[in-house]
Write a protein that binds this ligand. Structure first.
Ligand code: ATP
Ligand code: MG
Ligand code: MG
Length: 412
């Protein structure tokens, strides 16, 4: 890293995660060069002449970004990894003819593995940590798909989940199969995609843990530091709400979740923050659903509830190999994060935003984040974090009722 100027992190993707990363980077004097469309939400939050216009799947644009950056990182896992591997191994040529090899964090190996959810989970199952995952089986493509689904049904029973191996988010690549009658519909809904089937996880709760992973420049693991466990609520497969601490889950299960998340992340490569999504089963045991190798929706609450180091600041520190705390503890007794999803009309969410702007309460702080994205039904266009130093999570939920009711109304 050049010491005569501020470090530059080149970021593939400039949505809301990149935007909040920029909000954390600005006071730290870290420059973020973003590769995404003109005026993407993250570009609006950080002024630099280094932004690149184009797609984070375009190898040429990724090379252009690499030339301008001291480090490369991602805000989305669905990026081109062949070129990242090539940059890592062979570098890029600077205008003066010299070779430049910006470290890439997390590693392209991690990004490539995680891109394929089926392989990702095989990796966890086969790791020496014996990480629990739902039973899964690859589904053949084309004409063989139907027979393959029949085999899956015989093995798992109903219901089970058919999932796109690659490219899915917000549940868009998932199809719940309730009976044989759904086979055709599942194949049609996920046409052209490489698929796998997953046994239904009869969970009582979903929880997530963010983990900071640090390693030295030779790839030796230095530390994995977990954030508090949070409860995530998914409706129609999309995350709508987050509760910290989880409601009606014992501290022991939360602690087990933090340990499991740490083990999962220790099997991956590179520096940064990682989200580990887990299912809690009836008997309190845990199963890993998937990992996101980047800041995550379930970690937005850390901006206000873990000011010691939010997930965004942690991403910057980890990528730059700056120190991170040995332990992360919340500075709020309870926190609720509510996603603002686009409703039926572009103005559906305005009442909720206004409630957030006009609510002042001694026991509850209200933090509004709008991403300046065009509103479309079901699209994540903002979030609200409610924190309390005095209220339990149940009492905060009761106090937040008008917010929760409005969030639910927008979705209807
Ligand atoms: P994300 O936006 O988190 O990346 P995604 O599109 O990758 O979502 P998943 O995380 O695989 O999708 O699934 C989304 C949600 O669907 C889960 O959080 C859970 O609520 C439900 N789900 C997924 N797999 C299963 C399963 N095997 N059994 C029961 N429910 C499941
Ligand atoms: Mg996912
Ligand atoms: Mg998920």
């Amino acid at each position: 890293m050049a010491e005569s100027r501020n470090p530059v992190i080149g970021l593939l993707g400039g949505g809301q995660l990149g935007r909040m990363l920029c909000e954390a980077a600005n006071p730290l004097g870290v420059d973020i060069a973003i590769l995404d469309a003109e005026n993407a939400p993250a570009k609006q939050a950080h002024n630099t002449y280094r932004h690149v216009t184009g797609s984070f799947k375009d190898p040429e644009r990724i090379r252009e970004l690499a030339i301008k950056s001291d480090f490369l990182s991602v805000e989305i896992e669905h990026v081109e990894t062949e070129v990242l591997e090539d940059i890592d191994k062979n570098g890029v040529t600077l205008p003066d003819g010299s070779l430049h090899r910006p470290p890439i964090h997390p590693s392209w190996r991690t990004i490539r593995l995680i891109q394929d959810k089926y392989l990702q989970k095989e990796h966890y199952r086969n790791s020496d940590k014996k990480i629990p995952i739902a039973d899964q089986v690859a589904i053949d493509g084309g004409a063989a798909a139907l027979a393959s689904l029949k085999d899956a049904a015989a093995r798992f029973g109903f219901p089970f989940m058919v999932k796109a191996r690659k490219g899915s988010y917000d549940g868009r690549g998932n199809y719940r199969v309730n009976s044989e009658a759904d086979f055709e519909a599942a194949i049609n809904a996920l046409k052209g995609l490489s698929l796998y089937a997953e046994k239904w996880a009869p969970f009582i709760k979903e929880i997530a843990v963010m983990v900071i992973r640090t390693e030295d420049d030779r790839g030796n693991l230095k530390a994995c530091v977990p954030y508090p466990a949070v409860e995530t609520i998914h409706e129609d497969s999309i995350c709508t709400k987050v509760f910290m601490p989880p409601r009606d889950i014992s501290e022991e299960v939360c602690e087990n979740a933090r340990k499991l998340a740490t083990e999962v992340v220790s099997t991956l490569w590179g520096r940064g923050v990682f989200a580990v999504e887990m299912f809690v089963l009836e008997d309190g045991s845990l199963m890993v659903n998937e990992v996101a190798p980047r800041p995550h929706n379930s970690g937005h609450y850390t901006i206000e509830a873990v000011p010691q180091m939010s997930q965004y600041k942690a991403q910057i520190h980890a990528v730059l190999d700056l120190p991170v705390p040995k332990q992360l503890s919340p500075r709020a007794r309870s926190a609720i994060m509510l996603n603002i999803l686009g409703g039926a009309t572009p103005s559906s969410h305005l009442g909720l935003a206004n409630l957030a702007r006009t609510t002042f309460d001694d026991d509850m702080d209200v933090h509004l984040h709008l991403y300046n994205k065009e509103s479309k039904p079901g699209r994540k266009i903002g979030h609200i974090t409610l924190t309390s130093n005095t209220l339990s999570i149940h009492d905060l939920e009761a106090k937040a009722k008008s917010f929760i009711d409005l969030v639910d109304q927008i979705r209807r």
